[in-house]
Write a protein that binds this ligand. Structure first.
Ligand SMILES: O=C(O)CCC(=O)C(=O)O
Length: 404
């Protein structure tokens, strides 16, 4: 099944080739969308037709202020396609089903969720560096971000080893997928970043510029032992259930990861996949300017889906989009915690070096388990079972919540 974005890109290439539009033009695609939708409406209902029509309805109305009817119809179509596909013994599009289920949730939210009470934007609450794990967990359990002043110092032996020049010495011989906002895929890629290519780290770390961003680069998978020895697990992350689930599960060894941002780089508004919490320690910089939205505001940030990926993208800059609930300027030495499923965006002020991790505690374990059940493959189900078993043990699980 061709995604609308792919059909539109093909159409645009043909129009340019045949001289009807200029390469620089951003053509009006509403006639094309209308005709695709009409054509699909004329076809007999089937899994493919329903799923395709739902995607076109979502795509064609993404700029409409009043799109609730279209989204409700899209959600109904996807629900029907999913139910029929699930009943088929031989339906082999497991990924499609997972994606459709997620889309259906978002579409329904966007179509039907009541607009949450507007709330003024506030500073992210701050804790001092001797804050307990329970104090941080309590914020996450309420769906609120929190900053621990000086908390980044508990994540490394010494911050000096993480300055770009020091990293150039330890990582300079490696190459990594550096990202940028203007990379080809940036229009629809996660957090507004596309991959510029596998580029040498030495040159980048000696002069982090030209809008390049080393983004979420796994340290355990890539860094030498000597640099890994510089890492520490702060008390707020010792209860992380993920790191106790073994090496044969999804995410194993992915985190902590390294972020080195040139001045002006950014992560646009996104949620982290799989309902995982997020923590970012700023070990060198510059500053990171955070905007964080409430979970319930996600439906009002014009969510849409990346081309051929499960990731939800938001258009928080659009007029009428919900305003961030919290903002904060993170200084070197601070650590910021973002609760699962809260949309967030970050702007780098100056060169920044951050160390980050996604994690699971008692307050998001059920949501993570639901997302793994949805993924449905053997490794995800194994991780789900281990997480739930750890949560049931109860000990070391801060803010355990009642299982529904
Ligand atoms: O660019 C950043 O510092 C933020 C990254 C982020 O929010 C994420 O990886 O979830």
């Amino acid at each position: 099944m061709d995604l609308p974005q792919a059909v539109i890109a093909r159409w645009k290439r043909r129009e340019i080739r045949e001289g009807r539009i200029a390469a620089s033009q951003d053509p009006d695609t509403s006639d094309l969308c209308r005709s695709e939708i009409e054509q699909l409406r004329g076809q007999r209902p089937s899994i493919d037709r329903d799923a395709s029509l739902a995607l076109w309805l979502e795509h064609a109305t993404r700029n409409d202020a009043d799109r609730r009817d279209a989204l409700e119809e899209a959600a109904d179509l996807l629900t029907r396609a999913t139910v029929i596909a699930e009943r088929r013994d031989q339906y082999d599009g497991l990924d499609d089903l997972r994606r459709w289920r997620r889309r259906t949730c978002y579409l329904r939210d966007c179509a039907t969720a009541p607009m949450p009470e507007a709330a003024a934007t506030e500073e992210v609450p701050r804790l001092e560096k001797d804050a307990s794990a329970a104090a941080v967990a309590a914020f996450l359990a309420r769906g609120e971000p929190v900053l621990v002043e000086g908390g980044a110092d508990a994540c490394v032996a010494a911050r000096g080893a993480w300055a770009p020049a020091a990293l150039a010495a330890s990582l300079g011989a490696k190459s990594a997928p550096l990202k940028a906002a203007d990379a080809p895929s940036s229009g629809e890629s996660w957090a507004g970043l596309g991959t510029k290519g596998q580029l040498p780290l030495g040159a980048f770390l000696e002069r982090p510029d030209e809008g390049l961003y080393l983004h979420d680069w796994s340290l355990p998978r890539n860094a030498p032992e000597a640099l890994l020895d510089e890492l520490r697990t702060p008390r707020w992350l010792r209860g992380d259930l993920l790191r106790r689930c073994g090496d044969d599960v999804p995410y194993a060894g992915a985190w902590p990861s390294l972020f080195v941002g040139a001045p002006g780089t950014r992560s646009t508004c996104h949620v982290d996949s799989g309902s995982l919490h997020f923590a970012m320690a700023l070990v060198h910089g510059g500053a990171k300017k955070w905007r964080v939205w409430r979970r319930e505001d996600a439906a009002f940030l014009y969510p849409r889906f990346a081309v051929s990926a499960d990731d939800v993208l938001f258009d928080a800059a659009r007029a009428g989009a919900a305003q961030p609930r919290w903002v904060v300027c993170q200084k070197p030495g601070d650590i910021v915690f973002v609760p699962s499923d809260c949309p967030h965006a970050v702007d780098n002020d100056g060169v920044t070096v951050g160390i980050a991790t996604n994690f699971v505690d008692g307050s998001n374990v059920d949501a993570v388990a639901a997302s793994l059940a949805d993924a449905g493959d053997a490794a995800s189900l194994r991780l789900r079972q281990r997480l739930l078993a750890l949560a049931d043990e109860g000990e070391d699980v801060p803010a355990k919540r009642a299982r529904v």
